[in-house]
Design a binder for this molecule. Structure first.
Ligand code: ADP
Ligand code: MG
Ligand code: MG
Length: 934
């Protein structure tokens, strides 16, 4: 039973067996020799949309579009399996795979009617990376491969366009130089800028053939100077070099960082797509662009995108020139525009999802270069899914599966307080790339963003343009603001995906990274000054602006009517669909009536963990709690407890009421008592100060007494010390008081006409006799209270399973417990022996060294801790078939953990109030058996 949850080792697994099988299924001939290269072209492809594992997202999309008869330049995909082999062989593609590639190259040459390296009619190709999960801009792509000093002249003769030929060649040398030969990009950029300056050209497109010939000559010099060799002239050698470089780019630093953030396995590798070039840079009748079938920022149903006339693909996404909105394409090239609309709506219907596409128009002829399901903000995800259902494009079930659970949590992000926001003038405006309110201190580099955030500051990352290397800084910043780039630039795409408020292309910003200043609107802003922007409108303002709850939170808090908020209604609709499909119950971890109300409004139907000690911190209570702790004898302790009793009873009454009769699990006191006392060091300082002042008397004596008790209670390892059930065993009067408060509150509610079934939960039980001891106390007091009140209420007594011994002896414990709740925080702590408060010191190293992929306190370790959970469930239910089982650790709000709990057969998960919507959606996806996050 443990096998199914065990994951394969990091390098071995995912690519190896399962995929191969799918690739050759039903094709006995292929079984003899495995296939590594998949052709597409002439209306037919070897692959299709189901083969993302093997062909990557890009390769599978190209195959699918080819099969659908769309205009896709022909080519072939070298599979991710080949990438695995490349690494296994220490950075070499095996000869047999290389031969398969050259076979496919011949096929491509036939389809294209041109040959690689043929001076009379040269074939040019792009060599494109593409993994299963899209990683925008993280890996490398090379265009115009096949050009050399001779073929460039051939291209010129054939097209009668020298400018175009040399523009293509200079692009190729630059890309090949930086990607394959690893020459820093700025070495080329300096040359390019110099030539532009010498010839007085403002735009790249203003350079004529002689100027571009000059660029090419100087680029070749750069290559010779940096590598000691001439630029490679043999096209087949170029192809091999580019292919291997793309495989290598899987392991560049930014790709690794991206995978870490998005939890993409390192083992799956990238495919390489080799595709005939089509040219958007042949002149004014050519263009290149990217787009979305819906607005990816706010979900609006509009054709959305950008293009550049006389350019190649990289120019649009790199944010070098600010592109034109796609609506203008209708005027410039109406026929191609109409065809693009037709094709992309068809693709949206076909994939039943928003498509993010790339296209190139060569001399008025449209070619599709990529399609994939578009990344979108959480806001857009909810709008689009609900619209799709309304349009009958998908069913509610498909809608539930389409939305990433984290999206609904993005909808809860704060917005600006309109009063404070409107009080400031608009300093400038950029493109609204990703919605949300962002306010913080300006920093100009990703490294500073990380550093400052570590120091507890909130920062806005301001960049001329963001490059993929900035991803770590984007991740921690409150928001990202750039001076260049369009809605589909890297900053925009990544910002949306992260749910990070972003404004891009704010052209009025003059940013100087060197002097760490930014000039805008006649003012200079230095690093550390405050700036705010609204990612939904693109407005940027200087200064700090207070934020306030999102519309959804306002509705939840009753400050806004549901009918007044479109997004709230959509949110509710989606979650109501989710509730139809999920099997897991959803409860909340809440200690106060107001939290309980919020949780209920978010859809929690029950409380899975009410931490009674949090109530002890309530106003005016700490002195009473301290008196209880300091008591010299039982009598004194009971007097203090009697004072706490009415307060706790009122708390429970409030929580029960807020939950409208749904189950409420109340845990008896858990933390070590010294947590309620002042710190030893503080007391010592206070006493020393009093003594130095020569004071004496009751005040000083009291402090000394407190210090003595603090020292008595001092533990070397409080987490493993006198806490949890151990407190109840040594001081049964605490359990008595808490039981009394709970049952009295339940009786009161019963008299008021509300039926509640309290679930009293004993923490940290590892031995059945511990539970038996406490259960006897609970049952005795409950019987007493009911007799006094003349009311009978139903209640359950159960336990947390959070000590490994508790899980292992769950069958014994279940003879006493009516329910289990897995406390996966402590269970993780005790299973690994990692202190949850100290893991920060070494988790980073563990992740860098790939010992752990994820923080086990955030996402459950299914192999080890999960095994304890499964054991607990199995043994517990064997002893008591109707045992109710839930989980109340932080993992209860984590989608992939929820998936595991659903599989483990739990009855419910309990999450913090704000995670309830995420949990509802994740639980539905789990029930529909989809791998969460896939
Ligand atoms: P990324 O994954 O970073 O988007 P791509 O492989 O999609 O990289 O390529 C980058 C750009 O190059 C794209 O905008 C695409 O339009 C362009 N491009 C790629 N292959 C070709 C081709 N065969 N012909 C013309 N343009 C291409
Ligand atoms: Mg692309
Ligand atoms: Mg615990």
């Amino acid at each position: 039973m443990t096998k199914k949850t065990r994951r394969p080792g990091p390098k071995a697994g995912r690519v190896a067996k399962p995929l191969r099988r799918s690739a050759t299924a039903g094709r006995p001939a292929a079984r003899a020799r495995r296939k590594y290269v998949y052709f597409f072209g002439g209306g037919k492809a070897d692959g299709d949309r189901t083969m993302k594992d093997l062909l990557g997202g890009k390769g599978s999309g190209l195959a699918e579009m080819t099969n659908a008869g769309l205009p896709v330049p022909p080519g072939f995909t070298i599979s991710t399996d080949a990438c695995t082999l490349y690494y296994r062989e220490g950075g070499k593609v095996p000869a047999s795979v290389d031969a398969e590639m050259t076979d496919n190259l011949r096929k491509l040459e036939k389809a294209a009617g041109a040959r690689l390296g043929d001076v009379g009619n040269p074939l040019l190709v792009s060599v494109r990376s593409g993994a299963k999960f899209s990683m925008p801009g993280m890996m490398d792509t090379i265009l115009n491969l096949g050009l050399n000093d001779e073929t460039v002249e051939g291209l010129k003769r054939r097209t009668n366009n020298g400018r175009f030929a040399f523009d293509s060649y200079r692009r190729f040398i630059q890309m090949y130089g930086s990607v394959v030969l690893e020459i820093p990009k700025d070495a080329f950029e300096r040359v390019f800028e110099a030539v532009k300056e010498e010839t007085g050209a403002h735009l790249d497109t203003h350079l004529d053939e002689p100027a571009l010939r000059d660029v090419v000559a100087r680029y070749k010099e750069v290559v010779r100077a940096k590598t000691g060799r001439a630029f490679p002239q043999d096209p087949l050698a170029q192809l091999r070099g580019a292919r291997d470089a793309v495989f290598r780019s899987w392991n560049n630093a930014r790709a690794i960082e991206y995978r870490r953030i998005y939890e993409i396995p390192d083992s799956i590798g990238t495919a390489v797509n080799v595709q005939m070039m089509v040219f958007g840079n042949t002149g004014e009748r050519s263009a290149t662009g990217v787009g979305f079938t819906r607005n990816p920022a706010n979900g609006a149903k509009e054709f959305y995108g950008e293009f550049l006339v006389n350019a190649q693909g990289e120019d649009v996404v790199a944010g070098i020139r600010t592109p034109q909105p796609i609506s203008e394409l209708e005027q410039v090239m109406p026929q191609a525009y109409r065809e693009l609309r037709r094709i992309t709506s068809r693709l949206e219907k076909h994939y039943k999802d928003v498509q993010d596409f790339e296209f190139t128009i060569q001399d008025d002829r449209l070619f599709m270069l990529q399609t994939r399901n578009g990344k979108r903000t959480g806001y857009a995800a909810v709008v689009i899914a609900t619209d799709f259902v309304a349009e009958k494009l998908i069913t509610p079930k498909e809608a539930v599966l389409q939305v990433d659970p984290e999206s609904v949590s993005q909808l809860l992000a704060p917005v600006f307080d309109p009063k404070a926001w409107n009080a400031l003038p608009v300093t400038t405006k950029g493109l609204p790339a990703s919605p949300g309110a962002a306010s913080g201190q300006v920093v100009f580099t990703a490294d500073h963003a990380v550093e400052w955030t570590r120091q507890g500051r909130k920062v806005i990352l301001v960049r001329k343009e963001t490059v993929p290397d900035d991803i770590h800084g984007m991740f921690v910043a409150q928001g990202v603001l750039t001076a260049t780039g369009g809605m589909t630039s890297h900053a925009a795409v990544v910002g949306r995906q992260m749910g990070k408020p972003s404004v891009v292309g704010a052209g009025a910003l003059e940013i100087s990274e060197a002097s760490r200043t930014l000039r805008v609107d006649g003012r200079t802003v230095k690093e550390g000054e405050y700036l705010s922007f609204d990612g939904l409108t693109g407005e940027v303002k200087l200064g700090e602006v207070a934020t306030r709850p999102s519309e959804i939170l306002q509705v939840i808090a009753g400050e806004m009517k549901p009918a007044g908020s479109d997004i709230y209604q959509r949110f509710e609709r989606l979650l109501a669909w989710a509730d139809r499909f999920r099997r897991l119950g959803i409860r909340a971890n809440a200690d106060q009536p107001d939290q309980a109300e919020t949780a209920y409004a978010f859809g929690a139907r029950g409380i899975g963990l009410c931490r009674t000690e949090h109530m002890f911190f309530g106003e005016g209570r700490i002195p009473i709690v301290q008196r209880m702790i300091l008591a010299e004898d039982e009598g004194e302790r009971r007097r203090a407890l009697n004072e706490l009793l009415p307060l706790q009873r009122a708390d429970f009454h409030g929580v029960f009421k807020a939950m409208h009769g749904t189950p409420v699990t109340i845990r008896t006191i858990d933390p070590p008592l010294h947590e309620f006392l002042p710190k030893r060091e503080d007391l010592m300082v206070e006493i020393a100060t009093l003594e130095a002042k020569g004071e004496s008397g009751a005040g000083l004596e009291e402090k000394r007494r407190l210090l003595r008790r603090v020292e008595q209670l001092h533990e070397f390892n409080p987490m493993l010390g006198h806490r949890g059930v151990r407190l109840g065993i040594t001081y049964p009067e605490i359990t008595e008081m808490q039981t009394r408060a709970i049952i009295e509150a339940a009786c009161e509610l019963a008299k008021e006409g509300t039926k509640v079934v309290p679930e009293i939960m004993i923490p940290l039980v590892g031995h059945v006799k511990e539970l038996r001891d406490q259960k006897a106390v609970v049952d005795r007091v409950a019987a007493e209270v009911m007799k006094e009140q003349g009311v009978k209420v139903k209640y359950l007594v159960g336990t947390m399973i959070e000590v490994p011994r508790g899980a292992i002896t769950a069958d014994e414990i279940a003879t006493e417990a009516q329910f289990f709740s897995f406390g996966t925080n402590d269970l993780t702590q005790l299973a690994f022996g990692f202190s949850r408060d100290d893991i920060g010191k070494f988790l980073g190293a563990y992740q860098d060294k790939k010992i752990l992929d994820r923080d086990p306190f955030a996402t459950i370790d299914t192999v080890g801790v999960g095994e304890l959970v499964e054991t607990g469930v199995r043994k517990g239910r064997a002893a008591r078939p109707d045992l109710k089982i839930g989980i109340c650790g932080e993992h209860g709000g984590d989608p992939s953990s929820i998936h595991f709990f659903a599989k483990a057969g739990l009855d419910y998960v309990s999450a913090s109030p704000y995670r309830i919507p995420v949990a509802r959606l994740a639980a539905a996806q789990a029930a529909l058996q989809v791998k969460v996050g896939d």
